[in-house]
Design a protein around this ligand. Sequence first.
Ligand SMILES: Nc1ncnc2c1ncn2[C@@H]1O[C@H](COP(=O)(O)OP(=O)(O)OP(=O)(O)O)[C@@H](O)[C@H]1O
Ligand SMILES: [Mg+2]
Length: 308
Amino acid sequence: MNNAISIQNITKVYDGIRAVDDLSLEVRSGTIFGLLGPNGAGKTTLIKILTTLMRPTSGNAFVEGKSVLTDGASVRGMIGVVPQVNNLDRYLTARENLALHARMHRMRAREYGPRIDELLELTGLTGRQHDFPDTFSGGMQRRLVVARALIHAPRVLFLDEPTTGLDPQSRRAVWAYIQSLRSTMTIFLTTHYMDEADTLCDRIVIMDHGRPLVDGTAAQLKEAFAHSHVYELEFRANADRYEEVLRTFPFIRSLERRGNSFRLELRDEESLKPLMDGIGSKDLKGICLEEPSLEDVFIHLTGKKIRE
Ligand SMILES: Nc1ncnc2c1ncn2[C@@H]1O[C@H](COP(=O)(O)OP(=O)(O)OP(=O)(O)O)[C@@H](O)[C@H]1O
Ligand SMILES: [Mg+2]
């Protein structure tokens, strides 16, 4: 089977709010799929529906060919879930948390013992396995939740914001771990981080208001905006005065200042000439066209900045 996940016209309405709005999507087996969107876009709602924690208002979805509506038990047996909020049992040690999960998946001790050893090793938690999760850092707790999701060797792994709140080093550790799973299973992740989607995902969908806005590889999404007009301008002196001047230009869409440099988005290519005429070359140290980041793509589409 080529598609690990098939979402067919899913809608979820919570007292009047359309959290997911007639969304259809297929995710190919063995790929890492990234769902990006601002707060309230509907990402977690969609994951809850796909992992059978919640029923859609209408539509259906299939995981490895099994319907989330009529075959929830089969779906749950094949998936691993890392929820947005860590839900470890604080009265059990790290190892006991993993063992409980294995037993819930009807694994035998003979089978799950070595598997737990292996996952603790891979996530760097072997030395802390007999400690309680409350004594762990955020990054360690997150790694434990990921290890737990993998015990029963799921075919599809759902990760809802796997690295939110982690420091850069822990984020990289989680990324490396996700990358090591590449092509051994299908991974569906949500994130607010552009660099995360860019690094990990084979394909990215940006959604807002319950609907997909764009769909493509990171390179394609950036390519689609390759004709954006974002420039970096650096001045040798008088940056304050130039800032005042720049702020009066109607063709500048957005302006950000960093010391003597400005990052600005022009309305169109034709605006470059009046810009250069307006500021002159006396104090200008350099000007360059910037490659758009996924963040730019996102802002362009949703008009919003991403949290964090
Ligand atoms: N249990 C609920 N009851 C009522 N409304 C809800 C419930 N859960 C989510 N919503 C609403 O549904 C919309 C989508 O929320 P959801 O949590 O799916 O977004 P999200 O994309 O995961 O956001 P975030 O990035 O903040 O995690 C929001 O408007 C939210 O307020
Ligand atoms: Mg969410």
